[in-house]
Design a protein around this ligand. Structure first.
Ligand SMILES: C[S@@+](CC[C@H](N)C(=O)[O-])C[C@H]1O[C@@H](n2cnc3c(N)ncnc32)[C@H](O)[C@@H]1O
Length: 258
């Protein structure tokens, strides 16, 4: 992609995420209030039940953690509560303003900046962990974002990322039920196979990819579709042993070492 084209695309991405706060649909409290951040946290960790089982948010005490595409800081604040020294960057001003409010309301410290994760303004080897959850699939050049993550990690530092699975159950269901994916209208939304994601992370050592995120009852949709989804689909799907459905997890979580 030519640099002018890429600049334009990154601007569109920024504008899109300035207008779309992730998971805003389910929030009951006024934007930016304590209840607002609690709603976001409660919804996220109900929907993504797997996340605290694979990410040790309390395990980085005294370590330097960078989150790229931190949104309102819902995950980053968990690292901070665990004693990590946290930095969060996001292309969107709205996201960074909210993340600042989230940390302020909760009396926690963070270095939060509007920044492009494809051109990080940090020195080489600055962080112990780079965390990129649900971001690589929405950026203009995911390879560049991975290269930058690698560059700013210390030797032996950890990378954790998540992209959507091109062969995931939600993709299949969305096509069958003709219900669009969340943020399908974003300027970029790329899906990855496990093989493609592995290839993207080939610079890292000890790369482990784990498909996660299996169906839980939806609060987002209403009506007949939601009724069938909640009563039939979720219950039947979850009767199937995880070992059989594992390759169709909607989120591919990746772990790697520099
Ligand atoms: C789906 S939201 C995910 C937010 C958060 N990580 C979460 O999981 O709730 C995607 C976020 O990635 C950010 N983003 C996309 N491209 C980016 C880039 N090149 N640099 C920094 N942030 C980016 C967007 O602004 C948006 O806040």
């Amino acid at each position: 992609m030519k640099s002018e084209e890429k600049r334009k695309l990154l601007n569109e991405i920024k504008e899109y995420w300035n207008q779309h706060i992730h998971d805003l649909e389910i929030v009951q409290h006024p934007i930016g209030s304590k209840g607002f951040f609690e709603d976001l946290d409660e919804y996220r960790f109900d929907k993504l039940r797997y996340l605290p089982t694979v990410v040790d948010f309390k395990g980085y005490k005294g370590k330097k953690v960078l989150e790229i595409g931190c949104g309102a800081g819902i995950d980053l604040i968990r690292f901070a509560r665990g004693g990590a020294e946290v930095t969060g960057v996001d292309l969107s001003e709205t996201a960074i303003d909210l993340a600042k409010k989230n940390f302020q309301i909760n009396g926690l410290k963070a270095d939060l900046r509007v920044m492009n994760g494809e051109a990080l303004e940090f020195k080489d080897k600055s962080f112990d962990l780079v965390y990129v959850h649900g971001v690589l699939q929405y950026t203009a050049d995911s390879r560049k974002m991975v290269e930058e993550s690698y560059r700013v990690l210390k030797e032996g530092g950890e990378f954790m990322g998540m992209v959507y699975n091109a062969k995931g159950w939600l993709m299949v269901l969305s096509k069958l039920m003709k219900v669009g994916l969340e943020h399908e209208d974003a300027p970029v939304l790329d899906l990855y196979t496990i093989k493609e994601f592995k290839e993207l992370l080939s610079e890292f050592k000890e790369v482990k990819l784990v498909p996660e995120r299996f169906p839980v009852k939806t609060r987002l949709h209403k009506g007949l579709k939601a009724f069938f989804y909640n009563t039939l689909f979720v219950n039947i799907f979850n009767l199937i042993p995880r070992s059989l459905v594992r390759p169709w997890g909607w989120h591919i979580m990746a772990f790697g070492i520099k």
